[in-house]
Design a protein around this ligand. Structure first.
Ligand SMILES: CC(C)(COP(=O)(O)OP(=O)(O)OC[C@H]1O[C@@H](n2cnc3c(N)ncnc32)[C@H](O)[C@@H]1OP(=O)(O)O)[C@@H](O)C(=O)NCCC(=O)NCCS
Length: 191
């Protein structure tokens, strides 16, 4: 099936989606990150560095991608953006920075993208990213930044982001998770 013909739709996440999002995130991480991280890194990161930030749901800056199943719609992907300082991590991450950013001088944060393994490489991550960048532009941002997993880097490179720095995030089990801070700016005059 052509990517453009894949039947899914985007909407903002609500608090009713939270249980489904936790399941989706675990399936995504365990299924899609296994070539990039060890089991020890994944076990140490899930629920802290990798997981749901419910602040984004409350802020109405978190999207879900839904696909039509037999008799219902199921959530097959999620991702968001934020006008708060936190760069990455779930509700239980060791570092939380809820202060608001200034769109005139700061980069909006692109946050917490997770696609179900059965739906990977069908364009969902790209569509959610476009929706996030568009919403952040409406809020006045022209620069975007994220703490990307190694698994996320090819998507973000393909979408025009460049690498700023590589970071090792210490995990609760003694392992460390390499992530990559990436950024992109709109050309001057685009809004
Ligand atoms: C990273 C992730 C969100 C990408 O989502 P996706 O829906 O599969 O991405 P898309 O289908 O939109 O990919 C667009 C392009 O990005 C690149 N890309 C995406 N995943 C890739 C991969 N695993 N290997 C190489 N290139 C990849 C390709 O250029 C791809 O285009 P193509 O399929 O036509 O070659 C998904 O792999 C995921 O959920 N991973 C686990 C969780 C995670 O690490 N999230 C990132 C947090 S920062």
């Amino acid at each position: 099936m052509q990517k453009s013909a894949i039947p899914f739709s985007l909407r903002l996440a609500t608090s009713a989606d939270i249980p489904a999002l936790h399941s989706l995130i675990e399936a995504s991480v365990r299924g899609l990150q296994k070539n990039d991280y060890t089991l020890e890194q994944i076990d140490g990161a899930l629920g802290t560095v990798l997981g749901l930030d419910t602040q984004l749901v409350a802020d109405k800056t978190y999207f879900v991608a839904e696909a039509k199943a037999a008799c219902a719609r199921i959530i097959v992907g999620c991702g968001g953006w934020s006008n708060r300082k936190t760069l990455f991590g779930s509700d239980h991450a060791p570092v939380r920075e809820p202060e608001f950013l200034d769109p005139a001088t700061d980069a909006a944060k692109i946050r917490a993208f997770f696609i179900h393994p059965d739906w990977a490489r069908r364009g969902l991550g790209s569509k959610i990213l476009e929706a996030c960048e568009s919403a952040a532009r409406v809020a006045g941002f022209s620069r975007f930044e994220m703490g990307a997993t190694l698994t996320g880097v090819p998507l973000y490179l393909q979408r025009g982001y460049h690498v700023l720095e590589r970071i090792e995030v210490p995990l609760r089990n003694g392992a460390a998770l390499p992530i990559v801070r990436m950024a992109k700016s709109d050309p001057v005059g685009i809004s």
